[in-house]
Design a protein. Structure first.
Length: 171
């Protein structure tokens, strides 16, 4: 379901926080179908990928954020009345990228509309808190429209990872 490699970073370069794309330690990507089961698939992909990268300490936060970003892409960027030709492939894509001390979760969708935060004051509402949660559980987030051959935008969230402890001196 996913692909590895830093070549996927090139089209997303404009939409990412200022990190050196050449210094990425690991990268994985997965295409998601335009159905709500894709949220579960995105969480499973995130769990498998972060386990492989041994970044389990941020799993809960990253998984919640990925769920919100994918849900927003499916709900707002892919209205049900919008025709989607089958030959264009899955319209939503999840990208996970890890640097030594940072993790970026990015969701690409075909909409050029900016993500809009709902009324975060109404915590009893059943929807509208997605970006509030993204903001609360990630260290930073943002979005950028894509240019060139890719249409749409990328919405990303950045997580700081704990530094590796210094190696113990040999006796």
């Amino acid at each position: 379901m996913g692909t590895n490699g830093s070549t996927m970073l090139e089209p997303l370069r404009q939409g990412l926080p200022p990190l050196d794309p050449a210094a990425v330690s690991n990268a994985a990507s997965c295409a998601l179908p335009a159905r709500y089961e894709a949220v579960r698939e995105a969480r499973q992909f995130t769990r498998r990928t972060l386990d492989q990268w041994e970044v389990g300490d941020r799993f809960d936060d990253a998984c919640l954020v990925v769920s919100e970003l994918v849900t927003n892409a499916l709900r707002h960027a892919l209205p049900s009345d919008t025709p989607r030709p089958e030959d264009q492939g899955p319209p939503v894509r999840l990208h996970l990228m890890r640097w030594t001390e940072r993790l970026v979760c990015a969701v690409r969708d075909p909409s050029h509309d900016s993500p809009v935060a709902g009324d975060s004051e109404d915590f009893s509402a059943e929807s509208g808190r997605g970006l509030f949660l993204v903001d609360s559980f990630s260290d930073s987030w943002g979005w950028h429209p894509l240019a060139g051959t890719l249409n749409g935008k990328v919405v990303w969230a950045l997580f700081r990872l704990p530094s590796a402890p210094p190696a113990a001196p040999c006796d």
